[in-house]
Design a protein around this ligand. Structure first.
Ligand SMILES: CC(C)(COP(=O)(O)OP(=O)(O)OC[C@H]1O[C@@H](n2cnc3c(N)ncnc32)[C@H](O)[C@@H]1OP(=O)(O)O)[C@@H](O)C(=O)NCCC(=O)NCCS
Length: 158
């Protein structure tokens, strides 16, 4: 059995985090048109400065298998929001996303955690105990992206 650990991301991880980000989002292409995938994976939008900022704020946690990063989660503790969760395409459905979400739920027990889920991920988040509150449209580069706004029930995350 390989060694799986959740650790804070480091500055030197930024390029790999971005690669995983883009790779994972491409797996949403069954649920979103190409125009949306193009905006979401636009390298001009996903700047290294952005990753550096979140890493320095201690908002990104990576799931490490031996020495390889399987995926990562971005959690903003100011508004208790999961802002992103991305698992490498070849490593999805092996429990790594669940491990990252459980890490956050465990750390912030009893808090109302919120998120905007892709259409692709909403069944996964339902399994993690989140419920859909409403549909929303995020606007990125003037393109409307439908998502589900979801919340973790405080009673569930005790
Ligand atoms: C969504 C995502 C983060 C899930 O991570 P993952 O590692 O593939 O999921 P896990 O293997 O941890 O799945 C945990 C459980 O959810 C279920 N699940 C995962 N994806 C699912 C899906 N698309 N539909 C239904 N169930 C799903 C699994 O079967 C598993 O169930 P179990 O606990 O009963 O065995 C990952 O697939 C991903 O990166 N997707 C693309 C990017 C994306 O949309 N990210 C969300 C941004 S908000």
């Amino acid at each position: 059995m390989k060694n799986v650990n959740i650790k804070p991301a480091e500055i030197t991880d930024a390029a790999l985090l971005r690669d995983i980000h883009i790779d994972a989002l491409k797996t949403c292409s069954n649920d979103y048109p190409e125009e949306i995938i193009t905006v979401l994976t636009d390298q001009k939008r996903l700047t290294f400065e952005g990753y550096y900022k979140y890493i320095n704020n201690n908002e990104i946690f990576k799931c490490v298998i031996d020495n390889d990063i399987a995926g990562w989660i971005h959690f903003n503790k100011e508004n208790m929001e999961i802002q992103g969760l991305f698992i490498k395409s070849g490593l999805q459905r092996r429990g790594f996303g669940k491990k990252l979400v459980h890490y956050i739920l465990e750390k912030y027990k009893g808090k109302k955690i919120i998120l905007d889920s892709t259409i692709t991920a909403h069944k996964f988040y339902k399994k993690m105990g989140f419920k859909i509150i409403c549909n929303r449209l995020l606007i990125r580069n003037d393109v409307k992206i439908p998502v589900f706004y979801m919340e973790m029930d405080i009673e569930t995350n005790k």
